[in-house]
Design a protein around this ligand. Structure first.
Ligand code: PLP
Length: 388
């Protein structure tokens, strides 16, 4: 074992069951380990490095900002933060943005917005947040509470009260749940990522949006994983023609630096006032300068390319030997193996120089949005062989 692995095992908390690989460098969709072995990166740091490792445009944006000012706190204006908020609003039709540092925090902000909106509009007892069974919304105690998977909850009681879970794709059950509680908001992922790359039914999504609007319930879409071009639209809700009240995102927006964003639509744009929320690092100029370079490049041509690559992966693998089913949208894809476990497929791929992810019983692919066709073809060939 290398020194890094020994020291890490001794001194880093045991929360991650790491693969026996130390990544030392990379470029685009290729990364290299401590022995110089090359891998094609089909996970992009769990959907974070949107344009790959050390992408030139992103790197330039980040380093230029780094040499100007790296942090000033939110007591002062900084240009990248303002520009990024403007760009996000212009591209989505949302009205205001709160910046934080992670997906969990971006959801915490959504929840605070929904609760304050409902408290002022309907009364302080309208505080319940409805989320879906099998969802994943983060690791803080409140976002754990929002997460609809009991096994994350067991040893961390008491969790934040005021969350109820209802099954995905069952509109009647959701309506009954809302009627049985005093509800401030509904939060859901358009594709349940950690839950197994499971897209919600279009009818359900549209039904929830209509019901939320009619009942003045804040609709929050968790786009932490699905956002920022991942599904072939800038945000996944755009695939379904709905207009959420709140959209939270993180992961891919920063291209590799920590950044969370909670976008507020017309209904809730002025809910947060001075002192209602804040973050020391949120809107950090270096993270925002990098994010600006990412969001600027997610244009129609790039999104068309994401869809094209997605179709290529589905065409190659959907009917391949060893594949039971496939799910997902754009470059967020789940493959359910029929002959092996997802973990075994992952291991074989790694040996053959391809890094994939898992999600429940699926092999999960989240490659860089600009992965070169040549790398993608090679990776798909390896995955195909590993599934058999
Ligand atoms: C990853 C993820 C989160 C949590 O993001 P962190 O940055 O790890 O806090 C929340 N929601 C969804 C849908 C995610 O995929």
């Amino acid at each position: 074992m290398t020194d890094t692995k020994i020291v890490d095992k001794q001194y880093v908390a045991n929360t991650y069951n790491r693969f026996p690989v130390e990544i030392v460098s990379g470029k685009g969709s290729y990364v290299y380990d401590e022995n110089g072995k090359e891998y094609i990166d089909m996970g992009s740091g769990i959907g974070v490095t949107s344009f790959g490792i050390s992408d030139d445009v992103w790197q330039k944006a980040v380093t230029q900002q780094l040499s100007k000012v790296q942090h000033m706190s939110n007591l002062y204006y900084t240009q990248p933060c303002a520009q990024l908020a403007e760009l996000l609003c212009k591209k989505t039709g949302m009205k205001k943005v709160f910046f934080s540092n992670s997906g969990a925090e971006s959801n915490e902000c959504s929840i605070k917005v929904a609760r304050k909106y409902a408290a002022e509009k309907k009364g302080a007892d309208y505080s319940t947040i409805v989320t879906l069974v099998n969802s994943f919304h983060g690791r803080t105690l409140t976002t754990l509470s929002a997460t609809g998977q009991d096994h994350y909850h067991e040893l961390f009681q008491p969790l934040t009260p005021g969350f109820v879970h209802t099954p995905a794709n069952d509109l009647n059950a959701l309506i009954e749940t809302v009627k049985a509680n005093k509800v401030a908001g509904i939060m859901m992922e358009i594709i349940q990522g950690e839950g197994g790359v499971l897209p919600l039914d279009a009818d359900f999504v549209k039904g929830v949006a209509k019901f939320a609007k009619e009942n003045d319930i804040v609709l929050m879409i968790d786009e932490v994983q699905t956002g920022n071009g991942r599904t072939g639209e800038l945000y996944a809700y755009m695939n379904y023609g709905i207009q959420p009240d709140v959209v939270s995102t993180a992961k891919g927006i920063g291209g590799g630096l920590p950044l969370g964003a909670t976008m507020l639509g017309e209904k809730v744009e002025n809910v947060l006032g001075f002192g209602d929320h804040g973050s020391t690092f949120g809107g950090n100029p270096v993270c925002c300068a990098g994010a600006l370079s990412i969001i600027e490049r997610i244009d129609d041509a790039l999104l068309a390319d994401v869809k094209k690559k997605s179709k290529y992966i589905f065409d190659e693998l959907a009917n391949a030997e060893g594949v039971e089913s496939m799910s997902g949208l754009g470059l967020m894809i789940g493959i359910k193996p029929s002959k092996k476990t997802a973990g075994d497929v992952l291991k074989i791929c790694m040996e053959k120089g391809v890094l994939c992810l898992t999600a429940k019983d699926k092999v999960r692919l989240l490659p860089a949005l600009n992965i070169p066709m040549e790398a993608l073809e090679k990776a798909v060939k390896v995955i195909k062989e590993a599934l058999v």
